[in-house]
Design a protein around this ligand. Structure first.
Ligand SMILES: [Zn+2]
Length: 355
């Protein structure tokens, strides 16, 4: 064998494992006139939604408006560089503030814009989001407390675990304080902007030589999750029905979510844009999640039926084989997996199965 070929074959292929963290801004073209913007995390434990930009001949439709208004303003500037067409539609895939806080930025930049959401999402944005935003800026709320704790740790030179701080721990803590302070400042100036159009099951938007279909497939991460589908290109933006690499189940409806995921997987899809995380080029991850969630719910149902689990605290689920394939062994991924996925599946799934 040619020694150079042999040498190449000996190099193991280490694919970098996907992380729950997004360190930097990126703009990925996924088709002619279709772009996915990803945003650097606003702080260590918090996230921005992905933002998808879909341009047609008549105008642009944007999916999700991220968490910090200042970052939504960067997106608007980016969109103006990408296309000279106006943004006519903004879709909120669900009500969570990391997908909707930038609504006012789009309203200011494109005064005629229609903001579209599922009917339940429109209602939840109207009722819940003003209070959520207020809490974010509250001088007596949780954020100033967490800043005070971080400052105390810096003063003592101790990590959360009580170990001596390294230079990196110190820099990370200082960065986290600055990031949280920025969030508080931005939310002090938060302006609520509600959806102007609602749909129940389906809505078609003609952008001019580009058809976009908004669909409700059933409950999943919230009561009103919408997907945005380009039938010609077979591209879907899923909102938080699908998040990569760690799916979000906290506050969701796991039993119905499984059925919603199956409906999504039955669609013709060449590109899957999750609510957070990298753009996926096939259904592998979606199908793994369906298997993992299906297994978790089946285990829980059996334990309930056999009297081994009378409440969520008694449920024991083993889906570690799926976990390894979906997120690997990265410790931060694992923490998120336990907090954002497994706990939600158990606590919320138990309600769906046994209540
Ligand atoms: Zn989200």
């Amino acid at each position: 064998m040619n020694p150079r070929v042999a040498a190449t074959l000996l190099i193991p292929v280490f694919l970098p494992a996907a992380s729950v963290r997004t360190p930097e801004r990126s703009v990925t073209p996924v088709a002619e006139g279709v772009y996915v913007i990803r945003h650097p995390d606003p702080s260590a434990g918090w996230v921005h939604s992905n933002t998808t930009v879909i341009a047609g001949e008549r105008g642009v439709l944007v999916v999700d408006a991220c968490f910090l208004p200042s970052v939504a303003r960067e997106d608007v500037a980016e969109i103006r560089r990408l296309t000279n067409k106006p943004v006519r539609y903004l879709v909120n895939t669900h009500h969570h503030i990391d997908h909707t806080a930038g609504n006012s930025v789009y309203r200011d930049a494109f005064p005629d814009i229609e903001i579209i959401a599922h009917r339940d999402t429109k209602r939840l944005i109207e009722t819940r989001n003003p209070g959520v935003a207020k809490r974010w800026a509250d001088p007596n709320g949780p954020l100033p407390k967490s800043i005070a704790q971080m400052k105390e740790r810096l003063g003592k030179g101790q990590t959360e675990e009580g170990k001596p701080m390294t230079a990196k721990d110190r820099a990370d803590t200082e960065q986290e304080i600055a990031d949280v302070q920025r969030q508080m400042r931005e939310y002090a100036a938060y302006r609520q902007e509600n959806p102007t159009l609602a749909f129940d099951t389906e809505m078609t938007v003609d952008l001019g030589k580009r058809i976009v279909r908004l669909q409700y497939l059933g409950r999943a991460n919230t009561t009103g999750d919408a997907i945005v589908y380009l039938p010609a290109e077979k591209i879907v933006a899923t909102g938080d029905i699908l998040v990569h690499p760690v799916p979000y189940a906290a506050g969701g409806h796991p039993v119905e979510w499984l059925e919603t995921l199956k409906k999504l997987a039955a669609m013709e899809l060449s590109i899957v844009i999750p609510g957070h995380g990298e753009v996926l080029r096939d259904k592998k991850f979606l199908n793994l999640l369906i298997e993992a969630l299906g297994s978790a719910l089946a285990q829980m149902e059996a334990q309930v039926r056999e009297g081994r689990a009378m409440n969520a605290g008694e449920v024991k689920i083993d889906i570690d084989d799926y976990r390894k394939r979906m997120i690997g062994d990265d410790p931060l991924n694992l923490t998120w997996w336990n907090d954002m996925f497994l706990r939600g599946v158990v606590e919320r799934g138990f309600l769906g199965i046994a209540r």
